[in-house]
Design a binder for this molecule. Structure first.
Ligand SMILES: NC(=O)c1ccc[n+]([C@@H]2O[C@H](COP(=O)([O-])OP(=O)(O)OC[C@H]3O[C@@H](n4cnc5c(N)ncnc54)[C@H](OP(=O)(O)O)[C@@H]3O)[C@@H](O)[C@H]2O)c1
Length: 312
C-alpha cells in the first residue's frame, strides 16, 4: 500500500512516500481503509514515533493517529462493527499511523463517523476533541461556572477546548491574536486577550483551570493566576519530558476512547460542537503538511490528508 513514513536516521524528520506492506488486523483488531487522516506536525518529535513500547528504536514510523475511513477487515472476536462501516477514531501511538491507505485499530478507539461530516471533517476531531474532553472533564474535573483560561484557543485542540468548556457551563477566557480573536469569540469565549499585545497575567486572575496548549513561558506565567483550588492541564509538546514536578503532574497524552467519541458525535450531530478543517492535501503532500509548508485556511483548525480524494 502507499504510505508516508519516516526514514531511519534522518536528521531532517521529513516524511518519505513509498510502498509498504499492508497491515493485517490481528485478534481483536479492525483493518481500516483510510479515507482521511489528521496532521499533527509535532508528532514527529514525540517519543512513540521513534521508540517501541519496550524502548527499542522504531523503524519507518507512519504518523497520523486519527483517521476517518471504512472498515475493510475484522480480526477474530471483534463485535459491534462490520466490514463497510464508516468509522472515525484513533489508534495506538506506538502502532503504525494512518497516513497510508490502511491502518489497524482497536475497536475501543473507534466509533461510527458522524453522518453530517465528510471524512476530512471527521478526521479533524478524534485527537483534538478527545484531548479537550479528557483534559477538561477527566483530569481537571471542570464544574459549571468555573473560570477556564485557554492558551492556544484557535489551534486544532483549542477550538474544541473553548467549545467543550462553554458546553460544560464554564466562563472562558482565551488567549489569541490577530484575526483569530474574532474567530475565538465566535466559538463562545467570554473574554479574549491578545497575547501579542497584552501580558495576559496582568489582565486575568482567579482562574480555576488553565488549559495550556502552548507551553514554555506561557505556561510558567500562568501558575500565579490560579484560584486556591486551581488546576492546570498542559498538552504542549514542550511540556513532555520536563523535570519540573508541577508540569509533569499537569501533562497528559490523549488516549483513544470509543465512549467519548460517541458523546462527541452526539454533540456534533446536534450542532453543539463544530469541527474546523484548516485545509485538505493529498497523500503526496503529506511531507509538506508535516513540515509546516501548507498554510492553514483562515489560520485555525486542522490540516487533513485526504488519502482518497474522491470520497471526501
Ligand atoms: N498531549 C497530547 O495529547 C496532545 C494532543 C494534541 C496536541 N498536542 C500538542 O498540543 C499543542 C497544540 O496542538 P494543536 O494541534 O492545537 O496546535 P496548533 O493547531 O498549531 O495550535 C496552536 C495554537 O496556539 C496559538 N499560539 C501560539 N503561540 C501562542 C501564545 N504564545 N499564546 C497563545 N496562543 C498561542 C497559535 O496561534 P497563532 O496562529 O496566533 O500562532 C495556534 O492557534 C502542540 O504542542 C501539540 O503537540 C498534545
Amino acid at each position: 500500500m502507499k504510505a508516508a513514513y519516516l526514514l531511519d536516521n534522518s536528521d531532517r524528520r521529513e516524511l518519505t512516500l513509498g510502498d509498504v506492506s499492508t497491515p493485517i488486523a490481528g485478534d481483536g483488531e479492525v483493518l481500516i481503509r483510510v479515507v482521511s487522516v489528521g496532521v499533527t506536525p509535532t508528532e514527529l518529535s514525540w517519543y512513540p514515533t521513534f521508540n517501541t513500547k519496550d524502548g527499542q528504536p522504531r523503524h519507518h514510523a507512519i504518523p497520523g493517529h486519527e483517521f476517518s475511513g471504512v472498515i475493510a477487515g475484522l480480526g477474530k472476536d471483534v463485535i459491534g462493527f462490520s466490514v463497510g462501516d464508516e468509522v472515525y477514531g484513533m489508534n495506538d501511538w506506538f502502532a503504525q499511523g494512518a497516513t497510508a491507505e490502511y491502518c489497524v485499530a482497536a475497536p475501543s478507539g473507534i466509533a461510527a463517523k458522524p453522518a453530517s461530516l465528510s471524512h476530512s471533517e471527521a478526521a479533524t476531531v478524534p485527537i483534538s476533541a478527545l484531548t479537550a474532553w479528557q483534559g477538561l472533564v477527566d483530569r481537571a474535573k471542570l464544574q459549571g461556572g468555573e473560570r477556564v483560561l485557554v492558551h492556544g484557543s484557535a489551534g486544532a485542540v483549542g477550538v474544541f477546548v473553548v467549545q467543550i468548556a462553554k458546553l460544560q457551563g464554564a466562563y472562558v477566557i482565551a488567549t489569541a491574536a490577530g484575526p483569530n480573536i474574532e474567530f475565538v469569540k465566535s466559538l463562545g469565549a467570554d473574554e479574549i486577550i491578545d497575547y501579542k499585545t497584552t501580558a495576559f497575567e496582568h489582565s486575568v486572575a482567579n482562574v480555576d483551570i488553565v488549559f495550556d496548549a502552548v507551553g514554555g513561558e506561557t505556561l510558567q506565567r500562568s501558575w500565579q493566576l490560579l484560584s486556591p483550588n486551581g488546576r492546570v492541564v498542559t498538552i504542549a509538546a514542550e511540556s513532555e519530558g520536563v523535570s519540573d514536578e508541577r508540569i509533569k503532574a499537569a501533562f497528559f497524552i490523549v488516549e483513544p476512547d470509543r465512549e467519548q467519541l460517541e458523546k462527541l458525535s452526539i454533540l456534533i450531530h446536534k450542532g453543539a460542537l463544530r469541527p474546523f478543517l484548516a485545509g485538505v492535501v493529498s497523500l503526496e503532500d503529506a511531507p509538506a503538511a508535516y513540515a509546516g509548508r501548507i498554510p492553514r485556511k483562515d489560520g485555525h483548525g486542522k490540516i487533513v490528508v485526504a488519502v482518497v480524494a474522491s470520497e471526501n
